[in-house]
Design a protein around this ligand. Structure first.
Ligand code: AP5
Length: 219
């Protein structure tokens, strides 16, 4: 079992690289952002509140996201996980440590994807995803081969996220620097942190992550 965290600001490429690891290594991607986007379409009062918080670019409460992760870990005791967008606060990091301990798992690596803030606006405002299979594209750096059609599944349901605009991105960045970036020091102190250059070509970033993983699995 291998368990890793992809850590980085909005648009760093966490989701893009997590999907590759799913395909190449059979790991399971646990994206709290994807789980919350699913919850917001549930039509419940909780879903409505989650939608409002996400569109603003703020963080959903620790209790909700820890509960979502707990459920997924219980449902798949043998899985190897990529935590994508979780943890995002120190209480979430402590909770993840406790959840992993409880299930006899270890964290093998925390990979910080380092990017220049100036690149993030272009990444976020050009992003679109497939509503059917979740494949991630970009107007410039990763367009679909055939306009309007997902390369992976052939769906024409290509979408842009409600929070992918400059105003919401600024708030998401502020949340990242205030609440999530302290996790870099936290995981450094635990001896789990590695950094990769997230500004490179997607294949180069994937190769750097693979190099970390190949040297990281704990007994
Ligand atoms: P979430 O969905 O996690 O969004 P995020 O962290 O803001 O990250 P993104 O999905 O925007 O970016 P990414 O790093 O995955 O980049 P991607 O690979 O898509 O969270 C959304 C919201 O949910 C939060 O704001 C919050 O409200 C809530 N939430 C989620 N988790 C939470 C938690 N734990 N606690 C509390 N609240 C939580 O890439 C971006 C674009 O760049 C794509 O178009 C891609 O094609 C392109 N790209 C990627 N890599 C490269 C490359 N190397 N070169 C060129 N282009 C690239």
């Amino acid at each position: 079992m291998t368990n890793i965290i992809l850590l980085g600001p909005p648009g760093a490429g966490k989701g893009t690289q997590a999907r590759r690891l799913v395909e190449e290594r059979g790991m399971t991607q646990l994206s709290t952002g994807d789980m919350l986007r699913e919850a917001r379409t549930s039509g419940t009062e909780m879903g409505r509140r989650v939608a409002e918080v996400m569109d603003r670019g703020s963080l959903v409460t620790d209790e909700i996201v820890i509960g979502l992760i707990d459920e997924k870990l219980r449902a798949n005791p043998e899985g190897s996980f990529i935590f994508d967008g979780f943890p995002r606060t120190l209480p979430q990091a402590d909770a993840l440590g406790a959840l992993l301990d409880r299930s006899g798992r270890k964290l093998d690596a925390v990979i910080e994807m380092q990017v220049d803030d100036a690149a993030l606006v272009a990444r976020i405002t050009g992003r679109f995803t497939c509503g059917n299979c979740g494949e991630v594209y970009h107007d410039v750096t990763r367009p679909t081969a055939k306009p309007g059609v997902c390369d992976a599944c052939g769906s024409t349901d290509l979408r842009r996220r409600a929070d992918d605009n400059e105003e919401s991105l600024r708030q998401r960045l502020m949340e990242y620097y205030k609440k999530t970036s302290p996790l870099i020091g936290y995981y450094y102190a635990l001896g789990d942190l590695s950094a990769v250059d997230g500004l490179g070509e997607m294949d180069a970033v994937a190769a750097d992550i693979a190099a970390v993983l190949n040297g990281a699995q704990k007994p």
